[in-house]
Design a protein around this ligand. Structure first.
Ligand SMILES: *Cc1c(COP(=O)(O)O)cnc(C)c1O
Length: 221
């Protein structure tokens, strides 16, 4: 199936108020241009260097989403280039984002990534440390929190749905409270294999890569 057919199929499966992010990691700019031509403006990348390279080569109305782990020493490269950081997961990273965006008098928009399955192989903050991070976010002047992100453990549809449900509950709990700098607008969850379940459970931003662009080849970037 073509990129266009894939995008149309996915868009038919989700409602209009769900944002589809086309995850273009490892894919060349020509492929991104093809999706851009079909009307996609939200693209996801997981590596800072790759995102910045593509940012320079592609139209400036693209909204770039940094969906991969963000190392503190890379934050300085993304200022002014990223629409939404999906992977804020520690106070140390928050402090660095605040510092770098302050230096450019810019504002960073970010989602807090939660390691909902407590998987050691994955990044994201554990639930028991979330409160402390929320408090630190309240004290920032250059970082605004717009919601939550999660990658749920691989498993059956039922187990995925259970994790999505937990995320939605956390999202709603935070939404009910009043915080400085924190608004719960975006719940980023769901990928090629599980985006339909994610949307059923309340996701309003899905990140789909192989389901749009086909398999990734990590040897041939
Ligand atoms: C690669 C990636 C995706 C997309 O994965 P697919 O299974 O190809 O849809 C989504 N989210 C994150 C954080 C990713 O790194």
């Amino acid at each position: 199936m073509s990129v266009e057919e894939n995008i149309n199929r996915i868009k038919n499966n989700i409602s209009e108020d769900v944002t589809l992010i086309a995850v273009s990691k490892t894919k060349p700019v020509e492929v991104i241009e093809e999706a851009y031509g079909i009307g996609i403006r939200d693209f996801g990348e997981n590596k800072v260097q790759e995102l910045v390279d593509k940012y320079d080569k592609l139209p400036k109305d693209i909204r770039w989403h940094l969906i991969g782990h963000l190392q503190r020493n890379k934050v300085k490269y993304i200022v002014g280039k990223v629409h939404l950081i999906h992977s804020l997961d520690s106070i140390k990273l928050l402090d660095e984002i605040e510092k770098q965006y302050k230096a450019s008098d810019a504002t960073a928009y970010a989602l807090i990534q939660i390691n909902i399955g407590k998987e050691e192989s994955k990044t994201g903050i554990y639930l028991e440390n979330l409160e402390e991070l929320l408090q630190a976010c309240e004290a920032c002047n250059h970082v605004k929190i717009r919601g939550l992100m999660a990658i749920v453990p691989q498993g059956s549809k039922e187990s995925c749905k259970e994790y999505f449900k937990q995320m939605k509950n956390i999202f709603n709990d935070i939404k009910k409270r009043k915080f400085n700098n924190i608004v719960m607008e975006v719940l980023s969850m769901g990928m090629t294999e599980d985006y339909e379940e994610a949307v059923e459970e309340g996701s309003n931003m899905v990140r789909v890569g192989s389901g749009i662009f086909g398999k990734r080849n990590y040897n041939n970037k």
